[in-house]
Design a protein around this ligand. Structure first.
Ligand code: HEC
Length: 129
């Protein structure tokens, strides 16, 4: 009887070890890394964002190597950490007043200051910051 008990407990140990190994060997399903933004689109977005005649984001925001930045808005950096959801970043740029009705930021999409295509490019650029 004792042998039987030992046999059963050995089997239990072996099965659970096998089970644990099987589990830990499972491929870790990582989220696919965010697709690398197209450098041409990012460059076009940068031109729009930093150009004084279009986005003119520099009037209010500090952007890495941008010249004479304003400080009315927060510096645009660590954007992916602060906006993991790119759609939220786009929404902020499309119409900042949707989040903050008192926002000093131009509602670029709502007022058609920038086209949807231009905003998409700006978003791609800002997301690299
Ligand atoms: C007239 C000033 C002004 C201009 C021009 C402006 N912004 Fe803003 N922006 C702000 C202010 C102020 C805020 C702070 C939040 C608010 O009040 O809406 C802000 C917030 C933001 C945020 C959110 C930042 C955060 O940390 O939450 C982003 C992203 C942003 N702006 C991007 C842009 C981009 C891109 C442009 C150019 C296309 C731009 N802004 C142009 C004033 C401006």
């Amino acid at each position: 009887m004792r042998k039987m008990v030992r046999l059963v407990s050995t089997l239990v140990v072996i099965t659970s070890a096998a089970w644990l190994t099987a589990c830990s060997n499972k491929p870790v399903t990582k989220e696919a890394p965010a697709a690398k933004a197209d450098p041409a689109v990012v460059a076009a977005g940068k031109a729009i964002a930093t150009g004084r005649s279009k986005g003119n984001c520099l009037a209010c925001h500090m952007i890495e190597d941008g010249e004479s930045p304003g400080n009315i808005g927060p510096p645009l950096l660590a954007m992916q950490a602060r906006f993991p959801d790119k759609a939220k970043l786009r929404a902020q740029i499309w119409d900042a007043t949707a989040v903050n009705s008192e926002s000093a930021m131009v509602p670029f999409g709502r007022l058609k200051v920038l086209t949807d295509d231009e905003i998409d490019k700006v978003v791609e650029y800002i997301w690299t910051l």
